[in-house]
Write a protein that binds this ligand. Structure first.
Ligand SMILES: Cc1cc2nc3c(=O)[nH]c(=O)nc-3n(C[C@H](O)[C@H](O)[C@H](O)COP(=O)(O)OP(=O)(O)OC[C@H]3O[C@@H](n4cnc5c(N)ncnc54)[C@H](O)[C@@H]3O)c2cc1C
Length: 188
């Protein structure tokens, strides 16, 4: 099989590529990785993702942000979003684990300066983080000064992978209730 940078090699049975969009739509924090002058950085940021536009993801922040300035230059970026679903404990130390859904995206950024796109993205982002909040009723939309004071980066997603673990512990003694020790899942 041809291996690309997004081919899951460890536990291919956990490949969840078809769930990448819903995972990104549910997540809250993007860990944004890039290399600046030879130094890798991974910075946590809020983000916007709309499953109707699955080839792009948005980041925003202060124009002074080093991360956003770097991404505006078109530099390559790797963005990871993780949903932690449970802590898995086993009768065997080696088999302690976690239930999760995660996505790794590879792409490149560019700055968005069109106020219509900015307004649309910010409105969608408020709705995604705070379902039910209505622009004009619960909050006022950004003014042109607010838009100018915020950098919006569109990341074109070139490639992604998704991985998920579900279920209980998989240790050699976990299916035997008579075995010593305890096992189970702490849902989160
Ligand atoms: C959950 C969460 C959501 C966030 N959402 C946003 C967002 O949507 N937009 C936004 O602009 N910022 C957000 N932040 C803050 C963001 O992580 C950065 O601190 C900020 O964007 C400044 O980035 P910078 O590249 O200019 O950092 P710089 O100040 O240039 O970074 C210099 C160094 O400071 C350290 N550093 C920077 N940020 C952090 C951090 N968060 N934690 C620990 N050390 C750090 C690192 O060592 C880094 O190399 C969020 C933070 C968290 C934890």
């Amino acid at each position: 099989m041809l291996r690309t940078r997004s081919t899951i090699q460890r536990h291919p049975d956990r490949d969840a590529r078809e769930r990448a969009a819903p995972i990104l739509a549910e997540g809250h924090v993007a860990h944004v990785g890039f290399v600046d002058d030879g130094q890798p950085f991974v910075i946590p940021l809020g983000y916007q993702f709309n499953p109707a536009e699955p080839d792009r993801l948005y980041l925003h922040g202060s124009p002074a942000s080093r991360a956003l300035q770097h991404l505006a230059s078109g530099a390559p970026v790797c963005i990871t979003v993780t949903l932690l679903d449970g802590l898995v404990y086993s009768r065997t130390a080696l088999y302690h684990s976690m239930n999760y859904r995660s996505v790794v995206c590879f792409g490149r950024g560019r700055q968005v300066t069109d106020p219509e796109v900015q307004q649309r993205v910010y409105k969608g982002m408020v709705s995604r983080y705070f379902p039910g909040r209505t622009a004009g009723k619960d909050y006022s939309e950004p003014t042109s000064a607010h838009l100018e004071a915020t950098t919006l980066i569109e990341v074109e997603i070139e490639e992604w992978s998704a991985k998920a673990r579900e279920g209980g512990p998989a240790g050699p003694q976990d299916a035997d209730p008579q075995a010593p020790g305890t096992c189970g899942v702490v849902p989160l």
